[in-house]
Design a protein around this ligand. Structure first.
Ligand SMILES: [Zn+2]
Ligand SMILES: [Zn+2]
Length: 174
């Protein structure tokens, strides 16, 4: 969803609440989100646009140990500030440029002129919620490295001493 914020951007003190109800997004090869629900408030504080709000969704990921898919609820706390630059005047017509704080070349742009790209903002905030090593349970037993059995479901008959252990490797050096 893209929102035209020209009315807010041109008027100091103007504020608008926006109810968020957006479809989920594919974040990367393994992670996606379900619908986003919440609210945002856009406020022109004079020279800056404040975007604040709380948006909830569910993050779908793949467990890094046992490879099963799992979900976790997320709550995005949005608190961003964008500098507003107004060009022209009332008679010539005015246009607005919105400055994005972090000019990360890899990140998509949240503003295109006076158009606010809500989808892109949700995508950027959701990416930050993905753990480096997603675990469906912090005690996940993972898969057997020999036979691939999911050890959360049942144990396998591979012998413990078949497994390369860090102690065995160390013993060779002694
Ligand atoms: Zn797991
Ligand atoms: Zn096994």
């Amino acid at each position: 969803m893209k929102l035209d914020l020209i009315e807010i951007l041109l008027n100091v003190g103007r504020s608008m609440a926006y109810p968020v109800n957006e479809p989920g997004l594919r974040l990367d090869e393994e992670a996606s989100t379900t619908d986003y629900m919440g609210s945002l408030r856009f406020t022109n504080s004079g020279g800056a646009l404040l975007v604040e709000g709380r948006i909830s969704s569910r993050l779908r990921m793949v467990c890094s140990r046992c490879l099963r898919q799992f979900e976790q609820s997320i709550s995005l706390s949005i608190e961003e500030q964008f500098a507003i630059q107004i060009h022209g005047n009332r008679s010539t017509g005015r246009s607005v440029t919105v400055q994005e704080e972090d000019e990360n070349p890899d990140a998509g742009r949240i503003f295109e002129g006076d158009w606010f790209n809500l989808t892109e903002m949700l995508r950027q905030h959701s990416l930050l919620e993905i753990p480096i090593q997603p675990l469906h349970d912090e005690n996940c037993s993972g898969l057997c490295p020999h036979c691939g059995q999911d050890l959360n479901i049942k144990s396998c008959s591979c012998r413990e001493d078949d497994m390369p252990s860090p102690f065995a490797v160390l013993a060779k050096f002694r």
